[in-house]
Design a protein around this ligand. Structure first.
Ligand SMILES: Cc1cc2nc3c(=O)[nH]c(=O)nc-3n(C[C@H](O)[C@H](O)[C@H](O)COP(=O)(O)OP(=O)(O)OC[C@H]3O[C@@H](n4cnc5c(N)ncnc54)[C@H](O)[C@@H]3O)c2cc1C
Length: 394
């Protein structure tokens, strides 16, 4: 790793996810001292969680200690609130941490709508602990109902369809097609892939009630029995941390330098921030936007402290890749769909290259590609000065 630049000022980053890791790196390059606050101190690769839940990837493929990737201090704590006037973060348990500039990157959590029985009887998939719990508790036979046909639901249903062939899997989506946030061509490719893996897809069905035995739906297919998994959406809770800030649906509203409106000296990036693209269009929550925004927010926090010029965030959504194991996937590069005519085979490789680029931009990575005939392709990346090894499986 490069030698530490001379230090003037202290930037605190809340969260060690995609946005937090890149914010830490961006601030470090700006010549300030950086402390990242995160309960586990691990940088999590959330797009790999479905693979962990299905048993295709190990937990070590889906997270790494942040200090092995970026040369910063990590404080293993939960941030409870920010005192903007005093430039302090209030930690769970009562401790306080002062900052010269702050970057909030605490991500989002599962959104639990007010459906009777949902919170009590369904489980979700948001972090490594959820993935391990699912892996240990999901039945091998019987029935599973996955509610939410967005990218996480499609990925999980396809992974489990392959990993648990004796489990009858139903994927329920409220909209009239899968992947409602994506172009229709992706939805048809996802539908074909799920058919190949014997997943039943119910579109246009709202969940009315969940109990210990399954779900009641509206519409003609009224009941599905089985274990229930809810992946119907994410909810940011930026307002809980920063009471004086302006928020939209719990996401912190930021200006062009990613400074939070109503909270001077505080920047935000990733799922917790309401980002817009180059053309002013709202951006959905994604890893690629989180890492782009994190880098700018971290650099701007350092620039504020050291009196340098701040950068305008120019965020660009380049595409989407959903790797579902077995060398297949669906996705798109810009508007061009992948998943038809054999292009589904390209997606896992694209996913690997996206992961490697992410690691390389964080700390520099060397990659070794392994491929045993009939098995998934694996890439082992050696990252940073400590030589942390991460394995991505495509
Ligand atoms: C199962 C799943 C699959 C996904 N697949 C894809 C995909 O294929 N492609 C894609 O682009 N996106 C995907 N996403 C979305 C993507 O992972 C997120 O948009 C991205 O992780 C956002 O990065 P972030 O840094 O904002 O938040 P996160 O990655 O969620 O990181 C937030 C961090 O903040 C920490 N934290 C939370 N609260 C506090 C607190 N109070 N104090 C301190 N630390 C805190 C958390 O521990 C965590 O480390 C997926 C998400 C999930 C859950």
């Amino acid at each position: 790793m490069t030698s530490r630049p001379s230090v003037s000022g202290h930037v605190v980053v809340l969260g060690a996810g995609y946005a937090g890791a890149h914010a830490a790196r961006g601030a470090r390059e700006g010549g300030v001292q950086v402390t990242v606050v995160d309960p586990s101190g691990d940088h999590g690769f959330l797009p790999r969680l479905a693979g962990v839940a299905a048993g295709r990837s190990s937990l070590g493929d889906a997270r790494a200690a942040l200090e092995d990737l970026v040369d910063v201090d990590v404080a293993r704590h939960v941030a409870e609130r920010v005192d903007v006037a005093r430039h302090e973060v209030i930690l769970a348990g009562g401790g306080r941490l002062s900052y010269d500039a702050l970057v909030v990157t605490v991500g989002a959590a599962t959104h639990w709508p007010d459906v009777p029985g949902l919170r009590r009887h369904a489980t979700s998939l948001r972090d490594a602990e959820d993935a391990l719990r699912l892996r240990a508790t999901l039945p091998r036979t019987g029935s599973l109902v996955i509610v939410g046909g967005g990218s996480t639901g499609v990925q999980l249903a396809a992974e489990l369809g392959r990993a648990r062939p004796h489990l009858a899997i139903t994927l329920v989506e409220e909209a009239d097609r899968l992947l409602p946030a994506e172009p229709a061509s992706l939805a048809s490719a996802a539908g074909r892939l799920l058919r190949d893996r014997d997943v039943e897809v119910l579109r246009g069905h709202r969940v009315r009630r969940v109990d210990a035995g399954g779900v009641d739906l509206d519409g003609p297919a009224r009941r599905r029995d089985g274990t229930v998994l809810w992946v119907g959406g994410w909810q940011a809770q930026g307002d809980a941390l920063l009471r004086e800030a302006t928020t939209r649906d719990g996401r912190l509203v930021v200006g062009r330098h990613l400074e939070v409106l109503g909270a001077p000296g505080v920047f935000a990036a990733g799922d917790v921030a309401a980002h817009r693209d180059l053309f002013g269009q709202p951006l959905s929550m994604s890893a690629q936007i989180a890492l782009q925004a994190g880098r700018v927010a971290g650099a701007n926090a350092a620039a504020l402290v050291t009196g340098r010029r701040r950068r305008t965030a120019r965020l660009l959504e380049l595409g989407r890749v959903l790797d579902v194991g077995g060398g297949r996937g669906v996705g798109r590069i810009g508007p061009v769909p992948l998943g038809h005519l054999g292009t589904d085979r390209v997606v896992p490789l694209l996913h690997l290259s996206v992961d490697l680029r992410h690691l390389w931009k964080l700390g520099g990575a060397r990659a070794v590609i392994e491929h045993a005939p009939g098995r998934d392709v694996g890439v082992t990346a050696t990252v940073g000065a400590t030589g942390t090894r991460l394995r991505a499986v495509g």
